[in-house]
Every structure is written in structure tokens, then in C-alpha cells.
Design a protein around this ligand. Sequence first.
Ligand code: 9MR
Length: 418
Amino acid sequence: MHTKALLAALLAPAAVSAQLHELAVRAGLQYFGTALREGALNSDAQFAAILRDTREFGQIVPENGQKWESTQPSRGQFTYSQGDITANEAKRNSQFLRCHTLVWHSQLPSWVASGSWTRATLTSVIDTHMANVMGHYKGVCGHWDVVNEAINDDGTWRDSVFYRVFGTDYLPLSFELAKKHDPETKLYYNDYNLEYNQAKTDRAVEIVRIIQAAGAPIDGVGFQGHLIVGSTPSRANLATTLRRFTALGVDVAYTELDIRHSSLPASSQAQVTQGNDFANVVGSCLDVPRCVGVTVWSFTDKYSWVPSTFNGAGDALIYDSQFRKKAAWTSISSVLAAKATGAPPVSSSTSTPAQPTTTLVTRTTSASSTTQPTPTSAPTQPAQVRWGQCGGNGWTGPTTCQSPYTCQVLNPWYSQCL
Ligand code: 9MR
């Protein structure tokens, strides 16, 4: 087989059935998206092919390329080679671009973090940074994460050079300056562990209030969504938390979603629980009118920040490291399809956490055509791979699984090799 044909064959399954963004839009969201690992785009054809499939991802965001250390590593020296990778890709594929991030204590060059500043000099540094970086990306960023992670997990203010110099005044200041440099983009505050609705969430609500009280603009709050399998809040609780922010007149979005297993390898049950957790997060976004979209923080376990940060943890994404769709992918597609078609959700079982909370559909079925003819006689099919569909109403594909996996009924519409 020619290399080209071989590559096409390898890529075909993912490309043909990809549809999360398409389903998300039909379900009322603006996008379903992913972070782009800059180093992977040109070195990994499978990564690039899935990332460029706009039925799957209608939005992208640079994982690292627009951060301060990448864009202004030395004072006054601006470089956009890394940030442009994602911006160019968004343009090439007509994908919505989230931009990330401007004022953040991390990945901040030491000339800023360890500098000796007054309010006036640090204001000028932020202003200059935004003038250049936001200027460079003006007109192409749909959202900008203006301030990132200003709060500690216990709800106290994070100790950063910005907080030390300005106290909380750097919050409205940053948003005012951002508005000046790109009046069209939506300006976001972005943080993790807001999902638990505890002290940190209270403080984030206060941030929105501080900015608004100062007369500065803020358009949205990003819930990063770096969560843990089995510890993810319920769909209803997540929606309640999102509404605390939309009640203040701002949009919300899940901006960096991944749900990690605490230990590996993950059992079949843990895989299904992960799927339910993803479905609950995406479902909560569907339940809140001003929740505009969901972004996963890379889509494949091959490229994830998690294992290098949390020892022993991982497999936090929706494709495995060989680009096979996981139960998590299926659960997300199902919850989106349920909303898109108005199909009644399957009620979740309180006794078995592995039960999906929503209607599942076949992964190749578009949202508008979930009814499929039932086959009269099943043709002989090769055994299905792990996590593949193996049964359910209307299913015409394989009904047996490759060893050692077994076909497990998740609901009347979906059985899966687990
Ligand atoms: O995914 C990013 C990883 O490649 C970097 O090494 C890391 C450095 O801080 O940043 C990761 O992305 C972070 C994001 O920019 C902000 N929220 C937390 C993300 C995970 O750490």
C-alpha cells in the first residue's frame, strides 16, 4: 500500500465519525474545542488530522504559545512563532480561536516576576505587553483569557508580582487595558477548581464584582475543569455553580477540561465513570444558557500535561494515546446528541455510578437522524475493539469484542466493548 493510502486508512475511522463540535452547535453551544500542543502539529499526522476536523473541533486554543514567556521572553522582545502556530491553524481551518493568556503568575519571565516595580512601572509593562500581543492577534481572538488563576485553592488571593504591587486593583486594570487594545474580543477571567463551589468559587464571584464595580469590562469566566474521575460534581451542582456567574451578567465556558484517573491503568468501570463525569460537565454547560462552549485541554492521552504533574495519574482525555475514541468521547457525544434531538435522558442509577446519565447514540450518527433501521440479520463482522460500540437499538456493526473485552449494555441505545 502506498504511504498516502496507508495514512488515509489509518486516519479514516476518526475523521469519518468525528462530530463533537457539530453536535455541540446543534445542542445550542457555540463550540466544542481543544487546546493545541504546539510541538505535535507538525510532527504527528494523526494529531493534526483530528485537530483539523471541524466537525469534531470548531475551536482551538494554544496550549503554551501565547503565554508571556513565549511572547515576550525578554523585555521589549516580542516573538510570535509559537503563538502563531495556533492562530494560523485557526485561520486555515476556520476554527474559533480562544487566546490564552495575558496576566498570569506562571510561565512569566523572571524579568517580570522578579522585577522591582511601582504601580506606574508595572502598569506600563502590562500595557506594553497587551499592546503588542493583543495588537498582533487583534481581530483573530474570539476570547482572551485576560487574568489567569488569581486565587489560591483555599480562596485566598494568590501571591504574585501583580498582587504584591497592586493588591486586587490589577484585576480591573488588566481588563481595562485589554479592552483598550482589542475592543472586540471577549474578555475572560480563567481559573481551576471553581467547579466545587467552595471558597475559591466565592472569591471568583468577588473578582467579577470587583471588576464590574470599578466600571471595567468583563465578558466571561472560564472554568478550566481540571477534574478527577469519581470526584467530579454532579451535572446539577455544576450548573448551579455556573449560574452564580451568569447571574452577574457574564458568560461562562469550560476552557481546559480534562478528567484524570488518579491511578493507572484505569479499570473498565473507571473508564465508564470518566465518561459519566465528562457527560456531567458538558451537560451542565447545556443546562445554562450563557455557557458558550467546552474546550478539552488537548484531546489525546498522548499529549497531556497531567502525568508529568500528578505522579501516577493520567488518561484524562477523550481519545487514548493511539487516537482511539474512549468511553469519555462517546458519553460526550451522547449528552450533546440528547440535547440536540430533544431525546429524553436516561435516568442515572444511584447504585451503579457506571450508568451513563444520558441517551447514547451511535458515534457515526448525526444529531438529526438518530433513528436507524433494525437489521433483519446481522452480517458477520470482525470483533469490535476496546471502547468500540457493540450493540444498541439500530446498531448494525459488530456485536462481539476482541479479547479480553466484553460487550456491556450501557443503555438500550448503546453497548460498548469494555
Ligand atoms: O498544558 C500546559 C503545560 O504544557 C505547561 O507545561 C503548563 C505550565 O504551567 O501549563 C499547562 O497549561 C496550564 C494552563 O495554561 C493554565 N491552567 C492550567 C494548565 C495545566 O497546568
